[in-house]
Design a protein around this ligand. Structure first.
Ligand code: ZN
Length: 81
């Protein structure tokens, strides 16, 4: 059975649930039946994916910052006289 991620349209509670095909679960927080299926991520939680994306973005920013500093140093060196 796949794990699906749901978002409750009533209280905005997010949850993951193992469901049978085409079965619509109800919200565990408020009991509403009007939940929307978001996407399935087999073996990977949305938290992990988000964390990886954040780390990748941070590393990219750090690299850009380093590139800027090195460009500045190169500029100063070439205009030393
Ligand atoms: Zn709810």
């Amino acid at each position: 059975m796949p794990i699906y991620e749901y978002l409750c349209a009533v209280c905005a509670h997010e949850f993951e649930k193992l469901v049978r095909r085409d079965a619509a679960p109800s919200c565990p927080a408020c009991g509403a039946a009007g939940v929307e299926r978001r996407f399935s991520l087999p073996n990977v939680s949305s938290q992990t994916t988000k964390g990886k994306a954040m780390r990748a973005a941070k590393q990219r920013d750090q690299k850009q910052a380093t590139d800027r500093v090195q460009a500045q140093i190169a500029y100063e060196r070439s205009h030393d006289d």
